[in-house]
Design a binder for this molecule. Structure first.
Ligand code: NAD
Length: 387
């Protein structure tokens, strides 16, 4: 296994060239491949509070309360300074828990007053999907940089408007693709791009969970106007995004099937299950699934002509397991776990301070939204859609 690893590394020099791939004589370069994986500057010493950028979080729902707010404690360049919520009691209680000044609590109506609050540099939008465009545009117009949750917006046109408004305001826009900042996924990307699996042939990526109508966070997910789609836009997006960041290519063809159980009240407006196939310019193919009907699955397997790589779970909040295998056997990679939310938050703060484009800008969110639209179109028409 060890000898072979060295051979893969040498071979890797042939494959992983500045984010592009040499396949035969052909250099396939895609927009995503051109971006270098961001350096983990956040591993450096934490900044003192006065040098950190100030963040406002919009929406105090399940994800914000359980993952994002606690992660500010592990940030090194970012600090939580403001909250935006439609529920004043909750906002006050959360503010006191995190040391946010009462004067820095806003609601959805007076949100635009953040314009005159110099403590706020960045706004993190964590509301239902269809509201991302509104709060992104309002934040940019108030002169603030924006981190927006995935999926970026229900339609490509809305994504384009978000990008245009942030550009007009000269503010940065980053989409919160946390997996692209997680060390396990970053290791997988590096191994694939260095050619350590040999020539990349296939990716299989699956995401599933049970949609629970008793959970308030899942209620708007059943409403197409607020969610923009079903399991695909919520969790299938992780399968899709993984195929793009692993290959560094953009798909050129997609086919798909959608299924929802007849009569299930959860799936009157949005779909339960989607299977989709993607073909990339290099010939790599991806088989992906997303379902609101399967118990916890969040994994991918990458097959090269020399070895395979398993990341399972791949997109969990805390747990990851990376295994590489070949004819000789399997080996688990030991990678120190880090808080992916803190890393992604600090990445945007770093990009703002250093006037760099974030690794996952608005254009990255737009690409996924366009492909997801093609996936729905392919399923509805029964045709393979060329992209
Ligand atoms: P949630 O329902 O728990 O939170 C949504 C928040 O928005 C709530 O505080 C709610 O009060 C507020 N809100 C404002 N206007 C609303 C309206 N008109 N209808 C309903 N709620 C409204 O949902 P969540 O699971 O926290 O998801 C919020 C966003 O975060 C979504 O875009 C979701 O895709 C994203 N998310 C991302 C991850 C990730 O791992 N990156 C995980 C979960 C959720």
């Amino acid at each position: 296994m060890q000898r072979q690893s060295r051979e893969w590394t040498r071979r890797g020099l042939l494959y992983g060239v500045g984010g592009g791939f040499l396949i035969g004589q052909q250099l396939v370069q895609a927009a995503a491949a051109q971006q270098p994986v961001p350096k983990q500057k956040a591993e450096n010493a934490p900044f003192p509070p006065e040098r950190r950028l100030g963040w406002a979080v919009v929406g105090l729902g399940k994800f914000a309360l359980n993952q994002i707010l606690p992660s500010f404690a592990e940030c090194k360049r970012s600090k939580l300074v403001a909250l935006v919520s439609g529920t004043p009691d909750k906002a006050r209680q959360v503010a006191s828990q995190y040391g946010v000044e009462p004067g820095n609590i806003y609601d959805y109506q007076n949100f635009d007053a953040i314009q005159s609050n110099p403590a706020i540099d960045v706004v993190y939008v964590i509301v239902p999907n269809a509201l991302h465009p509104e709060f992104t545009v309002r934040a940019a117009r108030a002169g603030k940089h924006v981190m927006c949750e995935k999926p970026m917006a229900p339609t490509p046109a809305e994504c384009e408007r978000m990008i245009a408004e942030c550009r007009r305001a000269n503010r940065k826009l980053m989409i919160a693709y946390r997996a692209q900042y997680d060390p396990f996924n970053r290791t997988a990307i590096e191994m694939v791009r260095k050619g350590e699996l040999g020539k990349l042939k296939l990716i299989v990526a699956d995401h599933g969970r049970i949609l629970d109508p008793a959970d308030p966070a899942d209620r708007w997910r059943m409403d197409k106007k607020l969610a923009g789609g079903g399991s695909l836009v919520d969790i299938g997006i992780y399968s899709l995004n993984a195929t793009r960041y692993l290959t560094g290519e953009e798909p050129v063809a997609v086919s798909a099937m959608v299924y929802s159980p007849v009569g299930d009240p959860r799936f009157q407006q949005v779909e339960e299950t989607v299977s989709f196939l993607l073909r990339f310019p290099s010939g790599t193919q991806a088989t992906c699934t997303s379902s609101y009907g399967c118990a916890e699955v969040k994994r991918y397997r990458v097959f090269g002509d020399k070895a395979f790589l398993d990341l399972d779970p791949a997109t969990d909040y805390e747990r990851h397991r990376l295994v590489v295998g070949d004819k000789q056997g399997e080996q688990e990679k030991q990678i120190p776990n880090q808080n992916q939310f803190a890393l992604e938050i600090d990445h945007l703060s770093e990009c703002i301070a250093e006037e760099r484009e974030p690794h996952t800008p608005g254009a990255e969110g737009l690409r996924d939204v366009r492909i997801m639209q093609a996936i729905y179109e392919a399923a509805a028409s029964g045709q393979t859609i060329r992209l």
